[in-house]
Design a protein around this ligand. Structure first.
Ligand code: CO8
Length: 260
């Protein structure tokens, strides 16, 4: 599939997806979000792929937000449709059986920060900047930012970002646990690939169960989480990879997972 606003490259069991509107700092217009949904659906159905790196083309921006020129004349109905499109696409990333890693190469503002938040792991270049500047435009975050940000950094820090519209740098983002780590800017993609490859060596069904279990924790009380984990944990024992993983340990060799 040829996309107007996305570049996708494959490297073994990894996919590297870049938002490609550098002249508009990779702002998410409807066409880009629609293409992103098709791409995420395709990747989710691709049995060869275990991890997806999302980044932005160009040196300046990961994604500088939803496209303001497109949003400017929206009415309430159109704004809701646009917001729900973003929610649908970002939920598909969050609920995917693949691991999504945001490699944040510059501005991750508004919808761009929200896209990074929907990913499972976030690596930031030293030059990355994060923020939720929507309030300066007379709106609030609308692609899941108020919800995911509060869960990830906690209410006071989320509210400070959303109410002040101030950008934070990569170092501050690490302190807030908004990103997993900061790396040198020219090492960003190689570091993201290295992390993705470490994960991709594990068993696909077990990666997926691990993600599902941790995601569940953010949405449910501890007692429900324990039961859910016990169910997912026991289902590992219906896989060939659990047999192989334990057998390999006892035989003092590296496991050769079959992803089954
Ligand atoms: N939308 C559209 N165009 C953009 C956007 C954007 N979000 N960001 C940058 N651009 C465009 C600029 O208009 C400019 O275009 P042109 O060259 O044609 O004038 C080009 O990209 C380069 O940008 P700048 O000249 O502004 O570059 P600077 O280096 O001076 O500044 C900034 C970089 C600080 C990133 C600046 O561009 C900026 O502040 N951008 C807007 C950031 C922002 O407010 N983002 C939040 C948008 S709202 C949002 O994301 C809501 C999400 C939920 C939506 C829910 C649906 C209803």
């Amino acid at each position: 599939m040829n996309y107007n606003n996305l570049n996708i490259k494959f490297d073994g069991s990894l996919a590297i997806l870049k938002i490609n509107r550098p002249k508009a700092l990779n702002a998410l217009n409807k066409e880009t979000l629609t293409e992103l949904e098709i791409a995420v659906d395709d990747l989710n159905n691709n049995k060869e792929i275990k991890a997806v790196i999302i980044s932005g083309e160009g040196k300046k921006a990961f994604v500088a937000g939803a496209d303001i020129s497109e949003m400017k004349d929206m009415n309430v109905k159109k704004a809701k449709e646009f917001s729900l499109l973003g929610h649908r696409v970002f939920n598909k990333i969050e609920e995917s059986n693949k691991i999504f890693i945001a490699a944040v190469n510059g501005y991750a503002l508004g919808g761009g920060c929200e896209l990074a938040l929907a990913c499972d792991l976030r690596i930031a270049a030293e030059t990355a900047k994060f923020g939720q500047p929507e309030i300066n435009l007379g709106i609030i975050p609308g692609f899941g930012g108020t919800q995911r940000l509060a869960k990830i950094v906690g209410k006071p820090q989320a509210l400070e970002l959303v109410l002040t519209a101030e950008n934070i740098d990569a170092q501050k983002a690490v302190e807030l646990k908004l990103v997993n780590r900061v790396v040198e800017t020219d090492q960003l993609i190689s570091e993201a690939k290295s992390l993705a490859q470490t994960i991709a060596q594990k068993s696909a069904p077990i990666i997926s169960l691990a993600k599902e279990a941790v995601n569940f924790a953010l949405e449910h009380p501890a007692a429900e989480g324990s039961k859910y984990e016990a169910n997912l944990f026991s289902s590992c024992f219906s896989t060939l990879d659990q047999e192989e993983g334990m057998q390999a340990f006892l035989e003092k060799r590296k496991a050769e997972f079959k992803n089954e």
